[in-house]
Write a protein that binds this ligand. Structure first.
Ligand code: SAM
Length: 357
């Protein structure tokens, strides 16, 4: 690995830092961290607010802890667009809009239209709970959105409402159908929870396939200081694959799936058009291939989901920093990117609802 490059002091696991002081050298032109990982993908949370309260994402106990950012605290569309332009110059090619719930941010369609026009950006996609998607899918597609990942943990209406803190399965299903009909690429995301949706793995796959979507399962990650996470209740990606293979026959890995993101994609040996993604964040993590950064709605840039380190790009923007200086700030965050998460040693204090998954 050699000696770590020291662009600027490596960020510590501290509250949001600011980048003060002089910066030497030409602005960076690419983002490569100390572990030779090249950053190509930025997740942008466009709001920390959500119309659902999924138990694993915003556990009840953090309700009082969730200080939603005021309007003036979150990045404006102009600020997001400017940052996207800076990131694109640094080699970022893919943007994923997330939240909170991205569809509750007013003007989302306009934002997508702005982002798809940023030179260098090749793909803008979104992760959503689907509740408002029935009306938005067509306009989002027309604005240039390429695809949506829709959270769908269960097909049981009562369980869905409980798990999501009041969500409406019928609306989400309508949103999914509208997204497929609009021509968006659609994947479903289910957080795999032992004893909750464990018996629905096959049904969730069959449902997604029947509706023109690709199902995915995500291992439960211990965010919010590990709240509601139970190691003993882990439903591993290996267990998921075994259960699916027992029902459907052998699963074969899909080689070189560029669009898979963190998911490893498998296909049925008997029918290669039927694919399923599994995100083994806990049992077989993929940190070595991580090409992502995360920007919160309030403009904090996080290099790793599993650590709390962050740097405020909003402060940089609002104190009038140049694009070059902001590029240096981003490069500093990348240099500070940890080798991997340490979820089982220490769960991050940040909440998934705030960072956006
Ligand atoms: N509101 C949108 C949604 O429901 O998809 C976007 C934000 S949500 C934080 C993004 C993704 O994070 C969802 O697919 C959700 O299932 C996943 N997620 C939330 N908490 C999680 C956890 N503790 N472990 C694993 N995945 C989680």
């Amino acid at each position: 690995m050699g000696t770590p490059r020291t662009y600027l002091p490596v960020l510590q696991a501290t509250p949001v830092a600011t980048l003060d002081g002089a910066i030497d050298g030409p602005p960076p032109t690419s983002l490569v961290d100390n572990f030779a990982r090249r950053i190509r993908y930025l997740r942008i949370s466009v709001t920390d607010r959500c119309n659902y309260r999924c138990s694993y994402c915003a556990p009840d106990d953090i309700a009082g802890d969730l200080a939603f950012a005021g309007r003036a605290e979150i990045l404006s569309f102009e600020e997001i667009e400017r940052l996207a332009t800076v990131f694109a110059r640094l080699g970022v090619r893919k943007l994923r809009l997330t939240g909170g719930e991205p569809t509750v941010r007013k003007g989302l369609v306009d934002l997508v239209g702005r982002l798809v026009r940023v030179p260098g950006i090749e793909q803008v996609v979104m992760t959503t709970n689907g509740h408002l998607l029935a009306d938005l899918a067509g306009p989002l597609k027309a604005a240039g959105l390429a695809g949506v990942n829709i959270s769908l943990d269960t097909l049981d209406p009562a369980r869905f409402t409980t798990l999501t803190g009041g969500g409406d399965l019928v609306r989400v299903q309508a949103g999914l159908r509208a997204a497929v009909a609009a021509g968006l690429r659609v994947k479903t995301n289910a957080v795999a929870l032992r004893g909750v949706n464990e018996a629905e793995l096959l049904a969730l796959c069959e449902y997604a396939w029947a509706h023109g979507a690709e199902p995915r399962f995500i291992e439960h990650m211990p965010m919010s200081g590990g709240m509601i996470y139970e190691r003993a209740a882990e439903l591993s990606s290996a267990a998921i694959r075994t259960a699916l293979a027992e029902a459907l026959g052998a699963l074969v890995p899909v080689a070189g799936d560029r669009d898979a993101g963190p998911a490893r994609t498998w296909m049925l040996a008997a029918d290669p058009t039927r694919r399923v993604g599994v995100i083994s964040a806990m049992t077989d993590h993929f940190c070595g291939d991580c090409n992502r950064l995360r920007l919160t709605a309030a403009g904090d840039l996080h290099a790793c989901l599993g650590h709390d380190d962050a740097l405020s790009l909003r402060d940089a923007l609002r104190r009038g920093d140049s694009d070059e200086r902001i590029s240096h700030a981003i490069a500093a965050v990348v240099v500070g990117k940890r080798e991997g998460h340490e979820f089982l040693a220490a769960a991050p204090g940040k909440h998934m609802i705030s960072i956006g998954g």
